[in-house]
Design a binder for this molecule. Structure first.
Ligand code: IPD
Ligand code: CA
Ligand code: CA
Length: 265
């Protein structure tokens, strides 16, 4: 196994264990609001510190980009970390959240892990080596069109700038498919596309740590990931569309008429 992937898996499991320890007593956690509808608990910070400590012990020269502590260090290798993806769910006792860790080399995704500690499901991928769920290889679904497709998404809830545009997209996607799901952890949503549990996914305004690992999982599972224009700038823009080649193309076609100048950029 890719040595970095091995370390990322260990770090994700340690953080997952910590998340589980407090899952039944979230009311005892100190919670701060970073901005409207954006909460951080002491568990997010603690889990992040644990991950960084484990990665640093093995790779002291690698740079870090982590949700709660920001960017540290410089260099060709950079770890992109979301210690708890689905904080709103976690704080409500809604059982859907994950740990997401990715490694980039000169901007290219090298390996990624998304860990669901409640179900003990570990999704992992290394560039060129496929994607796995625990010990099993996974592939994206084979559906040839949106007809009958199950599509994951994320509703806007912090930045509501594009809410009307999003609702237009939502309507058309609902009319074209078997239905939409909004589980609440973008990293896991992407892992589910990689595993063929959903046929596609789109969301606006994601951060790099929400989707770096999940994007690699999908590509290694044979799927396609892009920004809203079909380009590769999804980590920069935070607007992401994913699916197998055909579903992805159909989603881009469906979303295109809704794009305003800002979303086209
Ligand atoms: C959030 C989750 C959610 C998505 C948001 C993210 P957080 O991450 O991934 O599904 O809709 O855009 O910010 O804040 O829980 O780490
Ligand atoms: Ca997140
Ligand atoms: Ca988070």
């Amino acid at each position: 196994m890719h040595p970095s992937l091995n370390i990322a898996i260990r770090a994700a499991r340690s953080a997952g264990k910590l998340l589980l320890r407090y899952v039944d007593r979230v009311d005892t956690l100190r919670v701060e609001s970073k901005s409207r509808n954006d909460f951080v608990s002491e568990i997010d910070r603690h889990a992040e510190a644990l991950i960084i400590q484990e990665l640093r012990a093995r790779f002291p020269d690698h740079a870090i980009l982590a949700e709660e502590s920001g960017a540290q260090g410089r260099g060709d290798y950079q770890w992109v970390i979301d210690p708890l993806d689905g904080t709103t769910n976690y704080l409500h006792g809604f059982p859907q959240f994950s740990v997401s860790i990715a490694l980039r080399y000169k901007g290219q995704l090298e390996c990624g892990v998304v860990y669901d500690p409640l179900r003990e499901e570990l999704f992992s991928a290394a560039r060129g080596q496929g994607a796995q769920l625990n010990d099993r290889k996974v592939r994206v679904g084979k559906r040839p069109s949106l007809d009958g497709a199950l599509i994951g998404t994320g509703f806007p809830f912090r930045n509501l700038r594009h809410i009307d545009t999003y609702l237009g997209m939502f309507k058309d996607m609902t009319l074209a498919t078997a239905g939409l799901r909004r589980p609440g952890s973008a990293a896991l949503d992407l892992a589910y596309v990689a595993a063929g549990r959903t046929d596609g996914f789109w969301e606006l305004g994601l951060s790099q740590w929400d989707c770096a690992a999940g994007a690699l999982l999908i590509m290694e599972a044979g799927g396609t990931v892009s920004d809203l224009g079909g380009g590769k700038r999804y980590l920069e823009t935070g607007n992401l569309v994913a699916g197998n080649l055909k579903v992805h193309r159909a989603m881009l076609d469906l979303l295109r008429p809704h794009l305003n100048a800002q979303l086209k950029a």
